[in-house]
Design a protein around this ligand. Sequence first.
Ligand SMILES: NC(=O)c1ccc[n+]([C@@H]2O[C@H](COP(=O)([O-])OP(=O)(O)OC[C@H]3O[C@@H](n4cnc5c(N)ncnc54)[C@H](O)[C@@H]3O)[C@@H](O)[C@H]2O)c1
Ligand SMILES: [Zn+2]
Ligand SMILES: [Zn+2]
Length: 364
Amino acid sequence: MRAAVLRETNKPMSIEDVTLDPPKADEVHVRIAAAGVCRSDLHFMKGEAALRLPAVLGHEGSAVVLDVGERVTSVAPGDHVILSFVPWCGRCRYCLAGRSNLCDLHGSTIGTMLDGTRRLHAGGEELSPMGKVACFAEEAVVPETGCVKIDPGFPMPQAALIGCSVTTGVGSVIFNARVEPGSAVAVIGCGGVGLNALQGARAAGATTIIAVDVNDAALEFAVRFGATHTVNPNAGDPLKAIKDLTDGLGPDYAFEAFGSAETAQLAFDAVRKRGTAVIIGIAPLGESVAADAVALVRQEKTLRGAFYGSSTPAWDFGRMIDMYNAGQLDIDGLITRTYTLDRINEAYEELERGVVGRGIISFE
Ligand SMILES: NC(=O)c1ccc[n+]([C@@H]2O[C@H](COP(=O)([O-])OP(=O)(O)OC[C@H]3O[C@@H](n4cnc5c(N)ncnc54)[C@H](O)[C@@H]3O)[C@@H](O)[C@H]2O)c1
Ligand SMILES: [Zn+2]
Ligand SMILES: [Zn+2]
């Protein structure tokens, strides 16, 4: 089967014929239906995040089950699934505490399957599967806990986006920050993840929703997902603009959804007294945010991170589907471009250049 292989950072991925071992016990063999073009993959391509190379990227995907390994009971051949990039062990303290997005076994086996081995090969070489998903490929072997069964009538491109950007963006607002109705919210970075934070804020009943992005087209697009105001940092001091839009106070919540120390700093500085800055974007390795130590105390600010929207994917993918079906989330409108696997490098060049909405690699 064919896969996009990342062999070196800052080089295009190559489309190669690779081999996939059969699923071991507790694993599932799937045919990929759709894969989302997320910035997290770009971080690995650029060397801003580390993964043993060569690797097959792709962590936002939907698929159809082909066959299952021993002991698998939750899915069967023919089932439609959303892939999760944090499969869970069910035994570590985080899984037991209902925080499977922070599973220790997954965290200690990055770049391999949960048992520390790999299923993907090219020639004699092993390929690392990003997020134990590796959906920039026609097929994948994933842990049973890394796939969640859905209704076969649900559209597959939309399902793929629930696998990362929707659950991450919406979840950061409703599961992590727990935004209350009437809140003022700012979202910094309005790509696939930020647009979902915006519509999460709208669903949560926020009344002032400020979209911040350096791309005017992204800001225009953001209005469709709930932005009531827009700020372009290239047009003037974004901190002042955000304060001006919130009676000089700053928002109750600011969500950082680009991935840099600078934008994380803006989120922290912008929020009002007792406000919360939630960092979603993954900054390049080694960067840090300086929280003003006095503001932290005297203004009782909170700075926190949100991984996978603080969701429990096995349960919360279904909640995202329910919100979509209830008309509370617009996932159709997020999908602005569709590519074949052969055009994946073009898809990432466009993401980096700054196009609006989310791109999809379609295998159907
Ligand atoms: N926490 C998680 O679990 C999780 C999950 C998925 C993605 N991520 C991370 O979220 C971030 C966003 O991912 P995405 O796929 O939405 O990216 P994207 O490329 O689709 O969107 C990023 C947006 O940020 C804007 N931007 C760039 N520089 C900016 C600046 N200085 N100020 C304001 N906006 C700016 C871009 O114009 C673009 O619209 C990435 O770092 C990604 O790795 C985190
Ligand atoms: Zn992602
Ligand atoms: Zn665990």
